[in-house]
Ligand binder design. Structure first.
Ligand code: MG
Length: 320
């Protein structure tokens, strides 16, 4: 049992089958081809206890330097085996997330561009997704403003502070800054809501934030970039919308885990039952103090794996 986390036999006493998932071996070679998916635990009233995992990508599930999730494969395997939805909750774009979900062979809801929108696969588990808007193969819940509005602010105001964003840089320039391969940068440039930029000095950023707020835009801090985002959005607000849909369709017994490493993850961590903080590359942690907070022991996918593995082992102890 993890210290400070109130799981116990009052919640979980016997296994329940939840779904059947087929997993390809492409990216996680040790994953077996298929699982008769296990259990999700039981609530104190004896009803099914289901878990949902919200996770940041850069610096959390993906490493800072090589953007790999290979070291998280054992825990990814486990969450698939348990049938736990993994909701990627990231500053990345829809197109980038779609590519990563394909690599992981997952078809799950996801949150893009720092909580600007929540995308559910339209026929996800046959659920009631009323309140969302149909877009391509998704039902979308939008919290942010349009990319055109954010770009207009960058051109009109932020450029006076010498601030440039993704819309000002070429693919080659972003490759240089991020170390991402050009094909991934092209997906990152297909923005729908928000604009990543490199910050100037602290004082200027405060002035810029003040001007932005007048136009319904604010600034959030990620790992490498700051981001201009709609002032009505953050990862926590999008997580709240997702939690409402999970509760609507799965009942109040559902429990939430959240994993992140940066300031923009804090609103997400504040909303979950089990928050997990991944350290920065230098081993330091973002300053946050929450009940039940678990601090992972390593940065990136290694820390993600250890933390999720530990949590799920605690859940698993109650299956037999
Ligand atoms: Mg991050």
């Amino acid at each position: 049992m993890l210290a400070g986390v109130e799981w116990g036999d009052k919640w979980m006493d016997k296994p329940v089958k939840v779904s059947y998932i087929v997993i390809r071996k492409k990216f996680c070679p040790n994953i077996e081809a298929a699982y008769d998916v296990g259990f999700a635990g039981f609530s104190e009233r004896g009803g099914a206890m289901r878990w949902v995992l919200f996770s940041d990508l850069d610096g959390s599930l993906l490493n800072h330097d090589d953007y790999s999730f290979a070291e998280a494969c054992p825990a990814l395997e486990k969450i698939k085996r348990f049938g736990i939805p993994l909701i990627l909750t990231t500053s990345k774009t829809r197109r980038e997330v779609e590519a990563i979900l394909a690599e992981m062979d997952l078809l799950e809801p996801f949150i893009v561009e720092n909580g600007a929108a929540l995308f559910f696969p339209a026929r996800y588990r046959g659920w009631d997704l009323a309140g969302g808007v149909r877009f391509q193969s998704y039902v979308v819940f939008k919290l942010g403003v349009s990319y055109a509005e954010v770009r207009a602010f960058v051109k009109r105001t932020a450029s006076r502070f010498g601030v440039k964003g993704f819309g000002d840089w070429s693919v080659e320039e972003i490759v240089e800054i991020t170390g991402l391969p050009p094909e991934k940068v092209r997906l990152a440039k297909e923005r729908e809501f928000t604009e990543p930029f490199l910050p100037g000095d602290e004082k200027e950023m405060e002035e810029l934030r003040r001007l932005a707020l007048k136009e319904g835009i604010t600034i959030t801090r990620g790992g490498m970039f700051h981001h201009f985002i709609g002032s009505g959005q953050d990862k926590g607000k999008a997580v709240k919308v997702a939690q409402g849909l999970f509760r609507r369709n799965w009942g109040d017994g559902v429990r939430f885990i959240g994993i992140g490493d940066s300031a923009n993850d804090i609103p997400m961590l504040e909303r979950v039952d089990v928050p997990v903080l991944i350290p920065h590359l230098d081993g330091s942690f973002e300053r946050v103090d929450l009940p039940n907070l678990i601090r992972a022991s390593s940065p990136g996918s290694r820390g993600w794996n250890e933390a999720v593995w530990g949590i799920l082992n605690d859940v698993e102890r109650f299956r037999d």
